[in-house]
Ligand binder design. Structure first.
Ligand code: SAH
Length: 252
């Protein structure tokens, strides 16, 4: 079986495909100062199985266009939305975040948790901005250094997998330079990584291995995930996801 399908199988039964939490999604909503009664059009980019889309649909008077390039994740999202009685508020769209099928100024809010790194932070900020209405809100979580200095091992790891990692000060400057004014920032606490993401993932390892008869490909995926978890456990003092909340400024 192909690696991508193995990754999909490992992750599709989970409530989230990256670090985060319902309370943290709500916190970002509050910091954004979003009116919970006003009708809103929201895009959730890289939505996975719907962790944030479901919270937004539950708490807001909004229609959410939930985008992911993996149909299996969108299918799970549809089931979850139906079960929660929220299906009429969420539309899944299978598309790449690199070429979004949207109109200019279509959305009041663009939301993206644990996903913008797939295009890169600065590229995403720039490319997604036209889809926001004037004064629209961007909420995006992004891998961020939480200290000015760090051990070489973790520096080298991130330099190789995502060299755009930087401190919140640098990221906030990038937001400002990309046409957003900052409304708020916070860093995801540890439980968003461990209890909400890594623990449920870890619980799936045995099943993935047995479903694939311990194949080399399945073992390699489990090993890679274990390595990532070990790095987080060792170095969680030095990095996290930062949640950035900005407003589109008027300038073009
Ligand atoms: N926001 C979800 C999922 C985060 S994981 C959560 O917080 O749980 C990142 C998601 O981005 C995955 O669902 C993955 O399928 C999706 N993704 C990765 N590259 C993409 C691309 N180029 N276009 C669209 N979606 C992409």
């Amino acid at each position: 079986m192909h690696d991508l399908q193995l990754l999909v199988d490992l992750h599709k039964g989970a409530l989230r495909q990256g670090p985060g939490g319902d309370d943290e999604t709500s916190r970002a909503l509050s910091l954004a100062g979003i009116d919970r009664t006003q009708p809103l059009e929201i895009a959730d980019i890289g939505c996975g199985t719907g962790a944030s889309a479901l919270v937004l649909a539950r708490q807001l008077n909004a229609h959410i266009t939930a985008v992911d390039f993996l149909q299996d994740f969108l299918d799970e999202l549809t089931v979850r939305a139906e079960r929660a009685g929220l299906a009429d508020k969420i539309t899944g769209v299978c598309a790449s975040m690199e070429s979004l099928p949207f109109e200019r100024e279509q959305f009041d809010v663009i939301w993206s948790e644990g996903a913008i790194y797939n295009v890169g932070f600065t590229t995403g900020l720039k490319d997604w901005r036209p889809y926001l209405k004037p004064g629209g809100i961007l909420v995006v979580s992004e891998i961020t250094w939480t200290t000015d200095n760090r051990p070489l091992e973790i520096q080298q790891h991130w330099d190789s997998v995502y060299p755009e990692i930087a401190t919140a000060a640098v990221k906030q400057e990038q937001l400002a330079n990309s046409g957003y004014s900052m409304l708020g920032y916070f860093s995801l606490p540890q439980h968003c990584w461990l209890e909400n993401y890594y623990d449920p993932m870890r619980a799936q390892f045995a099943e993935l291995l047995s479903a694939n008869d311990g194949s080399d490909a399945a073992r390699a995926i489990v090993e890679a995930e274990r390595h990532e978890i070990a790095l987080y456990e060792r170095y969680s003092d030095y990095f996290s996801y930062g949640v950035y909340i900005g407003r589109k400024t008027d300038a073009n």
